[in-house]
Design a protein around this ligand. Structure first.
Ligand code: NAD
Length: 498
């Protein structure tokens, strides 16, 4: 794999929220850890006029507000340049090319370029076309395009966007960010599965009864009401992050760890997703929208009273679903997924529930044996917990639940790098494994479109859950009718042993 960190990174949307909160601090972390050579430069591109000095100061401010004061900040920001730019105007690109060529020569960047589009998606196609027609992609080194979600609004719009960017970049040069794929414990799923003799033989419908994936937030839509109104939880979270986690949990072992092999196994999972359409959508999926409620002792308004949200909005802020994978390994095993805003707790967790043992020798009338669970804690805690049964100390042969826990925080006594830091580093190394291939995007939109088509036809009875809860009752009933229940996220904490 290419290990060439020499690169000119152009960030389109360099005065925006994403650049400030995630990209600049992540680049600094790479710099601080010695993962960027001295041969790197960043050109920030955005509408507003700024001098290089002002831009460098804003980069410094964003690093300090994320990571605190740092010694080498001046040296770091000396690699940053700024250009005020109108993304629809060729003259801007001509000026940008001149600046890029000069910087390339000065730092000897070998014509390697990364174009990071941290802007609203409606500009992606235009920018990609201009980059090519105005000569910015005409380089001797590599050229890579990094794009943020959302990748389209449905399959049709995603195809159109893909065609536009493919005129200037090949599939191998396109890095579609799904920042969940940068998370330490999401990357750990394949290691937990494929490096442990005790899990892989059980990882199928003979031993697993169901899998539950929860990604809950306590925040509401904040200032993003306009975007969220046209997206909703289904498009914002399920189409990408949640289905990506399903694919990692369900895929077959790849024959090796190359990008192509891993992606092709993931695509096979997407191809096996049972299509849910028409009236069936109501049997498999539940939508919700938050009403007013109390979170951390604060009264919060209903979604329909948030800024830039329609008073009659039909947008879902919560979705729960039962996903079936119709292949030999997973036939009959439900993957329950739920995600939402203004929920009781901020957490992302996976619970793998194993089937009950054939006979319970330790049965007591009012106490059943707990099933074995493997819990993968993705955020905010990072770790795994295995729930087992063992003999109660002293006394009779009573079984009680014990937990074996591994926590990244406890083991390494430091926070693992942020997702964006790892993804930026991967992109510089030319490793696209943890970015989404077009085939994955297309299959997941095809799956999700059937659900949204159905939902758009009917007005939902919203709001149907109170802020500060785990979603509407119908989400609980979804599992109850199969004889299961959501494992309460509050009972699944990883024990951190420092
Ligand atoms: P933002 O609105 O804060 O920033 C937009 C940037 O684009 C600004 O720098 C602005 O100057 C620039 N811009 C807008 N119109 C322009 C034009 N015509 N010419 C030149 N520059 C122009 O947006 P953001 O929150 O930083 O999000 C950027 C992208 O990242 C979006 O696609 C968003 O969906 C995605 N994203 C953001 C986050 C986040 O945490 N902010 C998370 C995931 C994905």
């Amino acid at each position: 794999m290419e290990q060439n960190m020499t690169s000119l990174i152009m960030i389109f949307g360099a005065t925006g929220d994403l650049a400030k909160r995630k990209l600049f601090p992540s680049l600094y972390r790479l710099f601080e850890r010695g993962k960027l050579s001295d041969q790197f430069a960043v050109v920030g591109v955005a509408r507003r006029p700024l001098s290089n000095d002002e831009f460098q100061q804003s980069v410094k401010d964003s690093v300090i507000s994320s990571l605190g004061e740092k010694n080498s900040l001046d040296q770091f920001v000396s690699h940053f340049y700024y250009q005020s730019h109108d993304v629809t105007d060729s003259n801007s690109y001509v000026a940008l090319k001149k600046l890029a060529d000069e910087i390339d020569a000065y730092y000897q960047l070998k014509g390697n370029r990364i174009f990071y589009l941290a802007m609203a998606p409606e500009f992606f196609g235009t920018i990609a076309l201009h980059l090519q027609s105005d000569g910015l992609t005409d380089v001797t080194g590599y050229k890579r395009l990094v794009i943020e979600k959302p990748f389209g609004h449905d399959l049709e719009s995603a195809k159109k966007l893909n065609q536009q960017i493919r005129t200037a970049f090949s599939e191998e040069e396109i890095y579609r960010i799904d920042h969940y794929l940068g998370k330490e414990m999401v990357r750990n799923i394949e290691v937990i599965r494929f490096a442990n003799a005790i899990f892989e033989p059980l990882w199928n419908n003979r031993y697993i009864s169901n899998i539950q994936i929860t990604s809950s937030e306590i925040l509401g839509v904040e200032e993003r009401g306009r975007y969220y109104e046209s997206s909703g939880a289904l498009r914002d979270m399920l189409q990408n992050h949640m289905l990506q986690i399903v694919a990692l949990l369900a895929m077959e072992p790849p024959i090796n760890l190359t990008t192509d092999e891993i992606r092709s196994e993931k695509v096979r999972v997407f191809r096996s997703l049972r299509t849910i359409k028409g009236e069936k959508v109501n049997d498999y999926f539940v939508r919700g929208q938050y009403g007013p409620g109390t979170i951390e002792d604060q009264q919060v308004p209903k979604y329909r009273d948030e800024p830039m949200v329609d008073k009659e909005s039909n947008t879902e802020t919560f979705v729960a679903g039962k996903v079936m994978i119709d292949n030999f390994r997973w036939a009959g095993v439900p993957f329950y997924i739920r995600t939402g805003k203004r929920m009781e707790k901020k957490t992302t967790k996976i619970v793998i529930q194993f089937k009950d043992i054939p006979m319970n020798l330790y049965y007591q009338p009012e106490k059943m044996l707990n099933p074995n669970l493997l819990v993968i804690h993705i955020q905010p805690e990072e770790g795994i917990t295995l729930h087992l049964n063992a003999k109660q100390a002293g006394g009779h042969l009573n079984a009680q639940e014990v937990k074996l826990s591994f926590s990244n925080t406890g083991t390494y006594t430091m926070n693992t790098p942020e997702g964006y830091e790892k993804l930026l580093y991967d992109c510089m190394r030319g490793d696209a494994t943890n970015f989404t291939h077009w085939d994955e995007v297309a299959y997941s939109w095809a799956f999700v479109d059937k659900i949204s088509e159905m939902w758009e036809k009917t007005k939902a009875d919203f709001p149907n859950y109170s802020a500060g809860t785990m979603g509407p009752e119908a989400a609980d009933q979804l599992l109850e009718k199969d004889g299961f229940f959501w494992w309460p996220v509050t009972d699944l904490e990883v024990d951190v042993c420092k």
